[in-house]
Unconditional design. Structure first.
Length: 312
């Protein structure tokens, strides 16, 4: 059992263009379009470099995933694309069996987990060669991920075509995502491999990094920070920071930006995908999470409730 931060929030509304609409238009939809483009390039090349580009674009989609709030039918879609930290399944056993099998690739890869971006990582980085069978399996994975990404795109596109939702509801959705994302960033993506999370206290292991095989764990962390910068940083478009500053929380927004910048700097100091000396990064990310939850939300007159839920 792990305490997962889930929030029920009620945010005051402000009198200008809907914040959620601005974010979907300027951040969410462009990010998923980039991920689709990167996946299409990977389909053609089967290259490790193109996979690395997909990791970065996908993390931005996942970090600020609002499609499940907009349309509950798609609340679980990210788990179909990315199984990191969900379940205890060893997909390598199933994938090795599928590689050796002569059965149709679609039949062998009947589970969502074996068609995830994590499965793609294993296929591309398990060794230096790609066989015909490897590519057959990868094609099935690409098709599944493409379908999910296009579902997300359609949710955002349809949202922008419809009537604007209630501003309070939209702001609550954004706050929930920001706090959930930063919690998982500090606890799962840094705390677990670095040995600072509750579950793995004083027991570091780089193999717990999100993309250990491809050595893209730090790249994924940076992409998540980039997604938050799109939301809370100073941008040409109106984002959540615009709303918060207009609501009288400029000091708190500047504090969030300060600790976000600190997180970038601490990440840059570390050797690629080595969490051995990541204490300062973990502490910076903890302050980043708290800056949202304890400072910005309080200033915006938000009522929050933390629930205990089962976790991995």
């Amino acid at each position: 059992m792990r305490k997962i931060v889930l929030l029920l929030v009620f945010v005051i509304s402000f009198a200008f263009s809907n914040t959620l609409t601005n974010i979907v238009k300027n951040i969410s939809l462009p990010n998923v379009n980039n991920a689709i483009e990167d996946l299409n390039n990977l389909k053609k090349s089967y290259s490790k470099d193109d996979f690395k580009k997909l990791v970065k674009s996908w993390k931005k989609v996942q970090a600020v995933y609002l499609a499940g709030t907009i349309n509950e039918d798609y609340i679980d879609t990210p788990r179909y694309v990315d199984i990191f930290h969900y379940g205890n399944e060893d997909i390598t056993v199933q994938l090795n069996r599928a590689i050796k099998s002569t059965d149709d690739a679609k039949i062998e890869l009947f589970r969502n987990s074996t068609k995830s971006i994590n499965a793609v990582e294993y296929m591309l980085f398990k060794d230096e060669t790609l066989s015909k069978r490897d590519k057959e399996l990868l094609d099935v994975m690409f098709e599944a991920i493409s379908s999910h990404l296009n579902d997300i795109k359609n949710v955002y596109s349809n949202f922008l075509k419809g009537e604007e939702r209630d501003e309070k509801w939209g702001n609550a959705a954004i706050i929930n995502i920001l706090i959930d994302s930063t919690y998982k960033l500090k606890e799962w993506r840094v705390g677990d491999p670095a040995g600072y999370s509750r579950k793995y206290k004083d027991n570091p292991d780089n193999k717990r990094g999100e993309y250990y095989l491809s050595k893209q764990s730090f790249a994924a962390i940076k992409a998540i920070l980039d997604a938050h910068n799109q939301i809370i940083g100073e941008q040409k478009y109106k984002n959540f920071a615009t709303m918060a500053i207009d609501g009288g929380a400029k000091k708190q927004v500047l504090e969030v930006r300060k600790v976000l910048d600190e997180s970038y700097k601490e990440l840059a100091k570390l050797k690629k995908d080595d969490f051995t000396n990541a204490k300062a990064l973990f502490e910076a990310l903890s302050k980043f999470h708290n800056a949202y939850y304890l400072s910005l939300i309080e200033e915006l007159s938000v009522t929050a409730k933390i629930l205990d839920a089962d976790g991995d």
